[in-house]
Write a protein that binds this ligand. Structure first.
Ligand code: XMP
Length: 310
């Protein structure tokens, strides 16, 4: 069992020693891991920290505004980087899941490298946790924030990396967040993957396809938000299906809804969501998103599936 206070004290000391009065940037997406990391580093180095929110065009509805507000409320200096076009360019034409993940990772680190040069900093903090490292090292999937553990020296991007949470699992990160006094909207937040909606758009990632999955995600979150589950989301398929809209045949998009129960994301169970809720989600998604003709529910546990589709 983690002794949270000891962990925080030890981490603060370590961060101070490594950073040694220099400036640091922290990649903050607004998720539990990266916001807890950002807050911890801020506690250690104060105004020597600049949080960086990269708008990659792949976030959920309202997310950029949410993160900017949270950082402001926490009193942390922040920079907003609009890199939407660059991320879409990097993902253009890519359909393979691992190729997409690697393209995202490369663009993510390069964007941070650019900010690090502009701010003249040597250190970048990020919210890598134990599960990210394990899955990448095992070759299950390339998490966007794992480099050193698979033999890539981050100095190729021009900086050293600080990962104060890399030995913790998600429930422990939440404990640290609570102990640090972060608001519940952060400490209890649903996990969201670093590569964001890019791994929930199967096949090529285009602004239009992201828009479809973003809207479907919003509907799923609205309808399942009070189930107390670990993760609830929508996935857009790369293949199509036949349907009927306004009396006419439409060869349209397919959305899968996924709602899982889990402690630490290492294993997960598909939630037995009440059928009425599933029906409502299906009606809303097919009515509110014109191109979608079919809505499915994924009943597969992890393993053999993973939580995300890619
Ligand atoms: P999987 O799909 O491997 O996901 O069962 C386990 C947990 O990790 C999240 N996930 C990621 N988080 N970067 C992240 O920060 C990533 O590249 C990434 N891929 C998956 C996923 O949402 C789930 O909570």
């Amino acid at each position: 069992m983690l002794n949270v206070r000891e962990f925080i004290e030890k981490s603060l000391k370590e961060i101070e020693e490594i950073v040694h009065g220099n400036k640091v940037i922290s990649a903050c997406s607004g998720g539990v891991d990266s916001t807890t990391t950002t807050f911890l580093v801020h506690k250690a180095v104060g105004d020597n920290l600049i949080a960086v929110f990269i708008d990659d065009g792949l976030r959920r509805e309202g997310e950029p505004e949410f993160v900017v507000k949270i950082l402001k409320d926490l009193g942390i200096k922040a920079r907003f980087v609009d890199a939407k076009e660059e991320f879409f360019e990097a993902l253009k034409g890519k359909t393979d899941a691992e190729e997409k993940r690697k393209a995202f990772r490369d663009k993510f680190y390069k964007t941070l490298g650019k900010v690090a040069r502009e701010e003249n900093v040597k250190f970048v903090a990020q919210g890598t946790i134990k599960a990210d490292v394990l899955e990448t090292v095992k070759g299950i999937k390339t998490q966007h924030n794992v480099l050193e553990q698979i033999g890539i020296n981050p100095e190729i991007y021009g900086y050293a990396i600080l990962e104060p949470l890399k030995e913790l699992y998600k429930p422990e990160v939440r404990m640290v967040a609570r102990e640090l006094g972060l608001p519940a909207e952060i400490s209890e937040r649903m996990p969201f993957p670093g590569p964001a909606l890019s791994i929930r758009v199967l096949g090529e990632v285009t602004p239009n396809r992201v828009k479809i999955v973003r809207k479907a995600t919003e509907i799923v979150e609205e309808e399942t938000g009070n189930l107390g589950t670990f993760q609830n989301f929508a996935v857009l398929h790369s293949d199509k299906a036949t349907g009927i809209k306004n009396g006419e045949r439409v060869y349209g998009n397919i959305i899968t809804v996924r709602v899982v129960i889990s402690e630490d994301a290492v294993t997960a169970k598909a939630k037995r969501v009440p059928y009425e809720i599933l029906e409502k989600i299906s009606s809303r998604i097919t009515e509110e998103i014109p191109s979608v003709v079919r809505c499915l529910y994924d009943v597969t546990h992890k393993p053999p599936a993973t939580i995300e589709f890619e």
